[in-house]
Design a protein around this ligand. Structure first.
Ligand code: PGA
Length: 260
């Protein structure tokens, strides 16, 4: 696992957007796994700037969703499909046909989960998966004690996650209890995992992810099992890392051609 400490969220966004742009130059038909929440937004804005500047093309890219609420109408502004349309597809000029995601409006959730797993496989798998992290250590919506081998399935949100996400809704009663999320086993099949965490509120979860044991109680710690996982953190999110100086030193000494 590589840990990169950046000065702020904008620098993290730039670093990750450059990795995405490099991937698209190398593999124009890449499958880009995207995340929702506040944290990834600087990545999308930096990628948009690169696409506008002609540094990366998105005519053949496919965009894959990580997770989705169950029961919100697809056109609800806070369904993750709507959020990704607004934050990623429209600004980057990517057609809705290039979007892969589970159907959170379905009445047959197991079938929708199986269909999404099949769609990811048919697309050739995810090349780069961007991840946020919950204050409870979740990735996607894999809450604590999710199986590290789990596949796409329904999950019940913890109250902590519902409280964290209530800011996007008029009040907490509107935050759904259920979600469909790629499983941890599904996420681990992406070729490159990039987790971005910013702000002091994520510092404990980041320390458990990077320096704690691999344990289902901190789902993000599963990144330690992946051959190419990059954790990008700002100073505040890095504030509880015992090895911060080591991470700074190794990244500063890294050959510039290598990227993340
Ligand atoms: P946030 O969400 O980026 O809005 O903090 C992260 C997550 O829950 O994965």
């Amino acid at each position: 696992m590589e840990v990169v400490i950046v000065p702020d969220a904008e620098a993290g966004g730039e670093l990750i957007a450059e990795a995405m742009a490099a991937l698209l130059r190398r593999k124009p038909g890449a499958v880009l796994g995207v995340a929702t929440g506040s944290t990834p937004l600087p990545v999308y804005r930096a990628l948009e700037a690169k696409v506008r500047a002609g540094e990366a093309g998105v005519t053949r890219v496919r965009i894959a969703q990580l997770d989705e609420y169950v029961g919100l109408p697809a056109e609800h502004p806070e369904s993750y499909r709507s959020v990704l349309r607004r934050e990623v597809l429209e600004p980057l000029g990517i057609s809705a046909d290039a979007f892969l995601g589970p159907d959170g409006t379905t009445t047959d959730v197991p079938a929708a989960c199986a269909a999404y797993e099949a769609a990811l496989t048919a697309a050739g798998g995810v090349d780069l998966q961007l991840l946020g992290i919950g204050t409870d250590g979740h990735i996607g919506f894999n809450e604590p004690c999710s199986s590290l081998a789990s596949r796409t399935r329904i999950k019940t949100l913890t109250e902590q996650t519902r409280v964290d996400n209530a800011r996007f809704f008029d009040d907490i009663s509107q935050v759904p209890h259920h979600v469909i999320t790629q499983g941890i086993g599904t996420i681990l099949e992406a070729r490159h995992l990039v987790l971005l965490a910013t702000g002091e509120g994520k510092a404990d979860a980041v320390a458990a992810t990077v320096e704690g044991p691999v344990a289902a109680v901190c789902p993000a710690s599963a990144l330690q099992l992946h051959a190419h996982a990059t954790v990008v953190v700002d100073e505040a999110a890095a504030s509880k890392l015992k090895l911060a100086e080591y991470f700074r030193h190794t990244f500063a000494a890294k050959p510039s051609w290598q990227g993340i």
